[in-house]
Every structure is written in structure tokens, then in C-alpha cells.
Design a binder for this molecule. Structure first.
Ligand SMILES: [Fe+2]
Ligand SMILES: [Fe+2]
Length: 179
């Protein structure tokens, strides 16, 4: 252990950085399986897009006595899911992949579902279910990335924290509405 340098020796590090510069952020020290990471991130991207669409639908369809404040919550979530989608797409490109925005197969790639819901309460419940699915699936992704791709892991950790906030917001709404 005594002779073991903390990082790869600097000469090797410099030489490696000069090879394959067209790969941008992906260096030879990248330890994860890039293809798998891109595939997983495309599933997260699909999940976020489906969530944007569902929250938008709910925003426009919210009616009733409590509709105003709930609709604002739906809109805020929609915008935050859109920001997540953008961040994930950007990371896919950084890794040399292509973000899949194709409507074809979107709901299959997505982990969360698109459920319209009839009443305001139904909508909130469906959104809560979707958030809980995203939370479990992102947690699995984070475990998978581990130390092999810390940047992707951190991105998904930040997004996971917000999905937990979303779930909490929705649970509070249900409680306020006595559902
Ligand atoms: Fe999200
Ligand atoms: Fe969310």
C-alpha cells in the first residue's frame, strides 16, 4: 500500500487524457458500462417526459373548489420534471450517447405511468404513485452507478431528492383535502 500512488501516476494520466480527445468527458478511467448507463438514463428521460405530460394534463384538467392551488402545484411539478428531463438528456450527450425523445415506445421506456385520473383527488393519487415509482427506480439506478460513474450518480441523487419532495407535497395535498 505504501508504494501505491493515490491516483494513476501523472505521466500515464496525462498521456491517457491526450488519447481519444474526441470522447470529451469520457476518459479511459471511466469505469461504468457506458452503453448500459446511457440506456438507463434514457429510461429515466422517458420517465420524466411522461411525468411532464401527466402533470400538464392534470394542470389543465384540474377543476373544483380546491383546483386553483392544486393546479399550481401540478404546474410547478411539470416544470421541475421538464428540468430533470433536460439535465438527463444533457448527461446522455456528455457520455457520447443520444437522448431518446421519440414518442414511439415512450410509455414502455418510462417506469412511471401516464394515468389521467377523473377527479382532482384521483389525479393527485396517480401523481403520488408515479412519484413513488420514480423514487424506487432512481434509487436502484443510483446504487447501480455507485462509484463507477459518480457524476451520473450525483445527478440522479439530486433528482431523487426532488421526487421525494414531490411525493411529500402530494401526500400533504391529499391530507389537506381529507382524502
Ligand atoms: Fe423528475
Ligand atoms: Fe417528480
Amino acid at each position: 500500500m505504501a508504494d501505491q500512488p493515490f491516483v494513476t501516476d501523472i505521466q500515464t494520466l496525462r498521456a491517457r487524457a491526450r488519447q481519444h480527445i474526441e470522447r470529451g468527458a469520457v476518459t479511459p478511467g471511466y469505469r461504468a458500462n457506458r452503453e448500459t448507463v446511457i440506456k438507463i438514463l434514457n429510461e429515466a428521460l422517458a420517465t420524466e417526459i411522461v411525468c411532464v405530460l401527466r402533470y400538464k394534463r392534470h394542470f389543465f384538467m384540474a377543476t373544483g373548489i380546491n383546483a386553483q392551488s392544486v393546479a399550481q402545484e401540478f404546474l410547478q411539478h411539470a416544470n421541475e420534471e421538464q428540468a430533470h428531463a433536460d439535465q438527463i438528456a444533457q448527461r446522455i450527450v456528455q457520455l457520447g450517447g443520444e437522448p431518446n425523445f421519440s414518442p414511439e415506445g415512450l410509455t414502455t421506456r418510462s417506469h412511471s405511468e401516464y394515468v389521467e385520473g377523473k377527479s382532482l383527488i384521483d389525479m393527485i393519487k396517480e401523481d403520488l404513485v408515479a412519484e413513488r415509482i420514480a423514487i424506487d427506480s432512481y434509487r436502484d439506478m443510483i446504487n447501480y452507478f455507485g462509484n463507477d460513474d459518480p457524476t451520473t450518480r450525483r445527478l440522479m441523487e439530486t433528482i431523487l431528492a426532488m421526487e421525494e419532495e414531490h411525493a411529500d407535497d402530494l401526500a400533504s395535498l391529499l391530507e389537506e383535502l381529507g382524502a
